[in-house]
Design a protein around this ligand. Structure first.
Ligand code: HEC
Ligand code: HEC
Ligand code: HEC
Length: 345
């Protein structure tokens, strides 16, 4: 029995050994492959940076700290099916031309990335994950997944407050073009890397054109969690909630002045109005109105549905989606739907 056990544990040890040999063999294969394929013509994997040359006139992003930056699985997946992450390539000026209204990108100069087989991609991902020369920056960060921010507020921080949207996109085709898109960052990047990069971009690349902005520790955690939420289903449903939230906000900002805090038509402007603002909690009346009629009244104003012109048109201020949100909001206030005879919604 003892003997059997010894054989067994021996086997386990050998399997374990083979496994780790296998893993490092994979990495070795990966490094060999990169050398042979000329990946280093575009990517710095050695970490030797010539301080005298302008480090940014590069053909591909630095990979010498790839193990500190990327999720290994993402590298393996992406290399088999590369998509564009930097809308304007590794360095935007290489792909920028003057245009009529503003500078545009020369799509012809933005070449697709070389594609790897599953095995090569796996080996390369393993090799790159061993490059960890900036471990100390990662170890200094303490990512906290619980310091979150509602999407609408996160949008505001990212856009109006801190100006990040000027360079980064938060969804395909929305945002700046000179920096990596961030809607896939959750799968791509380690959260500690994002924290560190936002805290001190120059520590990662002394010539980067990402400015350093002093954010509080809390705002940094919130921003990273906001970026992480961009790609997930959870964030999409949060965004849906945000539309509803913004309906409530829109109602406060635009409608309460006349329709009142409780929606009953008694806003501060209502005193001298010949036709009183509609009571939005009046289900008896609102049951007789279709959603299409309410939508039209809000978008084009009272006069468009033969009602008072004291109800202004909001089509110039609010998007159709926002107006739909307001119709829903009014349905909540009256706790009613259309109950007419013509079967319209
Ligand atoms: C002609 C130059 C060029 C060559 C050769 C090249 N790459 Fe790239 N690589 C790029 C550019 C440019 C990007 C950025 C793509 C983007 O942002 O859309 C990139 C991105 C990457 C990324 C993702 C990193 C990131 O942050 O976007 C990995 C990983 C990578 N390359 C690995 C490789 C490997 C492995 C090879 C060799 C098999 C290779 N590259 C060959 C130019 C090159
Ligand atoms: C003036 C343009 C600019 C602004 C503004 C800007 N960034 Fe960046 N950002 C960059 C560039 C350039 C990079 C790195 C590009 C590279 O490595 O290829 C970067 C990288 C990042 C990264 C790492 C992404 C990656 O794929 O490596 C994060 C996260 C980030 N920025 C967040 C922010 C946040 C948060 C703000 C606002 C506080 C912000 N950025 C403002 C240009 C900008
Ligand atoms: C300047 C005052 C004023 C503001 C601001 C205002 N309304 Fe009105 N609203 C009115 C008045 C007055 C009526 C009644 C019109 C009538 O019955 O002839 C009305 C009626 C309505 C009706 C009923 C239409 C119908 O079918 O009878 C809806 C729906 C409505 N408003 C929605 C809104 C929304 C949503 C906002 C904010 C985006 C808004 N209103 C902002 C004055 C205002």
């Amino acid at each position: 029995m003892k003997y059997m056990l010894r054989i067994l544990s021996g086997t386990v040890a050998v399997v374990g050994l083979l496994w780790s040999v296998n893993a490092s063999a994979g990495a070795a294969q990966g490094f060999k492959f990169m050398e042979k394929q000329g990946c280093t013509a575009c990517h710095n994997i050695s970490g030797n940076v010539n301080a005298k040359t302008v480090g940014l006139w590069r053909k591909g992003p630095d990979l010498y700290y790839a193990g500190d930056k990327y999720n290994q699985n993402w590298i393996a997946t992406w290399l088999q099916k590369p998509t564009r992450i930097r809308p304007s390539g590794a360095f935007y000026l290489d792909h920028t031309q003057t245009g009529v209204k503003w500078n545009t990108l020369r799509q012809d100069s933005l070449k697709p990335h070389v594609r790897l087989s599953a095995l090569d991609a796996k080996n390369v991902a393993q090799a790159l994950s061993e490059l960890r020369s900036k471990d100390q920056l990662i170890e200094a960060e303490h990512y906290n997944p619980d310091i979150t921010v509602p999407t609408a507020l996160g949008d505001m921080m990212f856009d109006k407050v801190n100006g990040c949207l000027a360079c980064h996109s938060i969804e395909p085709n929305y945002g700046g073009l000179s920096a990596p898109e961030l809607y896939t960052a959750a799968a791509r990047l380690k959260p500690e890397y994002m924290l560190s990069y936002i805290r001190d971009p120059q520590a990662w690349n002394h010539k980067t054109w990402m400015p350093t902005r002093e954010l509080s520790e809390e705002d940094m955690q919130k921003t990273v969690n906001y970026i992480i939420s961009l790609g997930s289903d959870k964030s999409r449903s949060m965004m849906k909630n945000a539309v509803e939230q913004s309906a409530a906000t829109n109602y406060r900002v635009y409608c309460m002045q006349c329709h009142g805090i409780s929606g009953k038509g008694s806003g501060i402007n209502s005193r001298d109005m010949e036709v009183p603002p509609r009571n939005h909690s009046d289900s008896k009346y609102l049951k007789t109105r279709t959603n299409a009629e309410l939508f039209k009244a809000i978008k084009e104003g009272g006069a468009s549905i033969s009602k008072s012109a004291l109800m202004p048109p909001w089509g110039g201020t609010l998007s159709d989606a926002e107006i739909k949100g307001l119709v829903k909001h009014i349905r909540k206030l009256c706790k009613c739907g259309f109950e007419g005879s013509n079967n319209q919604q």
